[in-house]
Design a protein around this ligand. Sequence first.
Ligand code: FES
Length: 101
Amino acid sequence: MSKIEISSVEQLPEKLGKCVKVGDMELALFRSSSGQIYALENRCPHKGGDLSQGIVSGEFVFCPLHDWKICMKDGKVQEPDHGCVKTYKVEMNHDKLFILL
Ligand code: FES
């Protein structure tokens, strides 16, 4: 398992997504209002919307294209839609954020 630095907490404003490239992967990072940090694949399972541009509400992000509701904890698309986005474990060390691959 490798640990890759992706951002600092300070560069991640609350409820505003941030797109980060790691190799050929694109991640959407979010900090919820409860302070929890999430990393998801930056691609909506519907038609590939850029999730880092989505609207955050609680522990959910709404895709900017057609408003699918996706849980940031487990990546599951909420009913009535279906699908799943890959999620990544985030570790915080002081102000630095890492993902575990
Ligand atoms: S592309 Fe995300 S809801 Fe359609």
